[in-house]
Design a protein around this ligand. Structure first.
Ligand code: FRU
Length: 486
């Protein structure tokens, strides 16, 4: 074990315990201490789900990247493991950036981006190259031959500085890696490499590209089959807003189609993955029973809203099962969550114009399922985390098929972005809005998961009121559970 890895591990064990449980989400992965960003190496290994993450334990802001590590059997209860990777080699001295994992013949294989600084023609440059590490689920050893995929192996026309976040898989005895990249005009793309032995890799194709429409560098790609289609997920930087579909800055994009024999994507549909304020860099795995489960970093690069007094920053979204419906990617919390529901509350209600229903339910660690069966309103509002003049609003406008998340009054004292609106399916008689809250996380799934919206609030935990109101008569059913993780 290297000194850097050892130090990070000792620091984690000494400091993680100092963060009170009451101050962190109960069923979401959060930074043990310090900073986390992207999920990494999200995979099944020896029957358990492994999650690594970009990790800088020493500060609540980004720094030299390590890989932190947790495991779970049911996506709800997580166990912390020793730090898996530290930036302790010449080729990754500036950071072990994002990557992925695959299980093969009892080994857990990690493919990640090693970042190092080199002086080229008298100028300092950052070099990003792909590296292998293998392990037994706890201890990981970097390969002797690292890095195994260097930017020099890219074809002409590619930018050689941004080349990262490999997604590895194995098919018919061959390893493939899909890697984030861009061309010399800063236009994002993803490229595929192949290898038979993890050492010798060769370029296969450029799978898909931005063509100046979908951002610059394409980060954190993922690729999988779902219901007979090929699904490519990427997280582009420098997106330009486009209606309600995409906002400025870092976004998440899902391309559904078919990959041809030249390993090129033939697009059928394209959409944002999640419409909330805090969602980035999703990765997926396939469970033994065939479900495709996605997890993502629930934070935004541009709105750092972690309260100053917190010793941790960064949380993952709750794992979601992916399906396709009407050409759209749908996502819904994994069913394992149901085992932790307590205090079932169900009630059908009718509220009239201007009426507010505020004493029915409350809580900050909840699973809330709302079904609107009939409405004559143009605005239906759910207020969450209410108390002491603080609240966060979810506004549903059935006539316009819009849902707006608004955390303006959640208690921020900084000028952060607070609202986002998404277009949803036309109103129908069983319109469902499901909200998962875990203290500071609010994940909203509309119309059975066809539309998702994930955002953070850091409202004081004493604010736990939940209210419903509408500007016209509305009939709905409230089903609510407290989430108790013991
Ligand atoms: C995405 C990202 C990746 C990179 C990592 C560094 O959020 O920028 O492209 O590997 O974070 O922490």
């Amino acid at each position: 074990m290297s000194r850097l890895l050892d130090d990070a591990q000792v620091y984690q064990e000494e400091h993680a315990g100092l963060v009170p449980d009451s101050q962190r989400p109960a069923f979401h992965v959060s930074a043990p201490v310090g900073w986390i960003n992207d999920p990494n190496g999200w995979s099944v290994y020896k029957g358990e789900y492994h999650l690594f993450f970009q990790y800088h334990p020493y500060d609540t802001h980004w720094g030299p990247m390590h890989w932190g590590h947790v495991i779970t059997k049911d996506f709800v209860k997580w166990e912390r493991l020793p730090v898996a990777l530290a930036p302790d080699m010449e080729y990754d001295a500036q950071g072990c950036f994002s990557g992925s994992a695959v299980e093969h013949e009892g080994r857990h294989i990690l493919l990640y981006t090693g970042v190092c600084e080199k002086t080229v023609n008298g100028r300092k440059e950052m070099i990003q190259a792909q590296c292998v590490a293998t392990g037994d689920g706890v201890v990981y050893t970097k390969a002797d031959k690292n890095p195994v995929i260097t930017p020099q192996m890219l074809p002409e026309g590619c930018n050689i500085h941004d080349f990262r976040d490999p997604k590895i898989w194995r098919k018919d005895g061959v390893y493939y890696a899909l890697i984030g990249s861009k061309n010399q005009k800063n236009d994002g793309q993803v490229v595929i490499f192949r290898s038979e032995d993890l050492r010798q890799w060769s370029y296969v194709s450029s799978l898909d590209r931005s063509e100046k429409k979908y951002g610059g560098m394409w980060e954190c790609p993922d690729l999988f089959e779902l219901d007979g289609k090929d699904v490519l997920i990427i997280s582009p930087q420098f997106m330009e807003a486009d209606g309600l579909e995409f906002h400025n800055g870092n976004g998440t994009l899902c391309i559904i189609g078919r990959i041809d024999e030249q390993y090129r994507m033939c697009r059928e549909t394209l959409q944002a993955v999640d419409y909330g304020l805090d969602f980035y860099a999703p990765q997926t795995l396939k469970t033994a029973d065939g479900r495709r489960v996605m997890i993502a970093w629930m934070q935004s690069w541009d709105n750092h809203i972690t309260p100053e007094q917190f010793a941790w920053s960064g949380v993952m979204c709750f794992p979601r099962v992916l399906t396709l419906a009407d050409g759209r990617l749908c996502q819904y919390p994994v069913r394992e969550i149901e085992a932790y529901r307590r205090n079932r509350f169900v009630k059908s209600l009718t509220i009239t114009e201007g009426e507010t229903c505020s004493d029915l339910i409350s809580g900050r660690q909840i699973d809330l399922i709302l079904k609107l069966t009939w409405t004559d309103c143009s605005r239906f509002e759910i207020s969450l985390a209410c108390g002491r003049n603080k609240y966060t609003k979810v506004v549903y406008e059935p006539e316009k098929s819009l849902i707006t998340f608004d955390r303006t009054h959640a208690g921020f004292h900084r000028d952060v972005i607070c609202t986002r609106t998404m277009k949803v399916s036309p109103f129908h008689q069983n319109m469902e809005i499901r909200i998962l809250m875990d203290k500071y996380t609010v994940e909203l799934f509309a119309d059975g998961g066809r539309y998702a919206m994930s955002s953070l609030i850091y409202t004081d935990l004493s604010c736990e009121g939940i209210c419903f109101s509408a500007d016209g008569e509305s009939c709905f059913t409230v089903e609510k559970y407290d989430m108790e993780i013991s």
